[in-house]
Ligand binder design. Structure first.
Ligand SMILES: [Fe+2]
Length: 241
């Protein structure tokens, strides 16, 4: 088994972690967002699984303060957003959150007037203090994509894989800006969550795109060209079977 196969990627759990608990052992688990832990993420996973898990935040992780707080403490160091992390030679870039027009809607272009805030600090400075969450941006925008996240990733590139919550342009609700980021990073694979249906697509740049469904699992073997499984064809669930 090569290094990529030992990575397990988990699609939007929405508070249900059964699939990950039942999955065959992995060296690392990456959650694509919308974990929505009832307590802390560490409690949901247990100490052994938590110690090898990484995550991105999804839009629903800012639906309640407890979801954000549940990712904090020791676990916060496992937030992949804005980072390229080397998994035993495989460089994985992470982008959490979704695009929101209050910050940046790349669907409308990316000229300066379309960018409301380039950084979280910009937004925090221009937001009344009473709206701040944990002295940062308002709660909702803890799961918004900021241009500074793109800048941080490109500065750390190149990478082999981009994992994100939001989808690129091959999804009908996706964004070309995600594809542009992937091309700037030189990745050959994107894995995203958010849309709750498993899918396989391609975009310019020879990039293969896997959408992982709600509660779905994807083995990292796909990064080295391995088929995701007999049922892993477009439009059908990519499972851990
Ligand atoms: Fe989502």
């Amino acid at each position: 088994m090569n290094k990529a196969q030992r990575i397990l990627i988990a699609g939007d759990p929405h508070g249900d972690f059964d699939a990950v608990h039942k999955a065959a052992p992995a060296d690392a688990v990456i959650f694509l967002g919308d974990q929505m832990p009832k307590g802390t993420l560490t409690e949901e996973l247990g100490p052994v699984l938590a110690a090898k898990s990484w995550f991105l935040l999804g839009n629903h992780d800012s639906d309640a303060p407890g979801f954000i707080v549940g990712h904090m403490g020791e676990m916060w160091r496992r937030n992949l957003n804005g980072r390229v992390v080397n998994f035993d030679g495989l460089r994985i870039a992470g982008l959490g959150g979704v695009f929101r027009g209050r910050v940046w809607n790349p669907g409308q272009g990316s000229t300066p007037e379309m960018l409301k805030f380039r950084t979280r600090e910009d937004m925090r400075e221009h937001t009344p203090k009473r709206q701040h969450f944990l002295e940062g941006v308002p709660l909702k925008h803890w799961t918004s994509i900021f241009p500074e996240d793109f800048e941080a990733l490109v500065a750390q590139g190149p990478a082999d894989v981009l994992v994100c919550h939001e989808a690129p342009e091959c999804h009908k609700h996706g964004f070309a800006a995600i594809g542009d980021l992937a091309r700037a990073l030189g990745v050959k694979t994107i894995v995203h969550g958010h849309h709750h249906v498993s899918s396989i697509g391609t975009i310019d740049g020879g990039i293969t795109v896997y959408g992982v469904g709600r509660g779905g699992l994807l083995r990292g073997g796909v990064f080295s060209g391995q088929r995701p499984g007999a049922r892993g064809v477009p439009g059908t669930p990519v499972t851990d079977a």
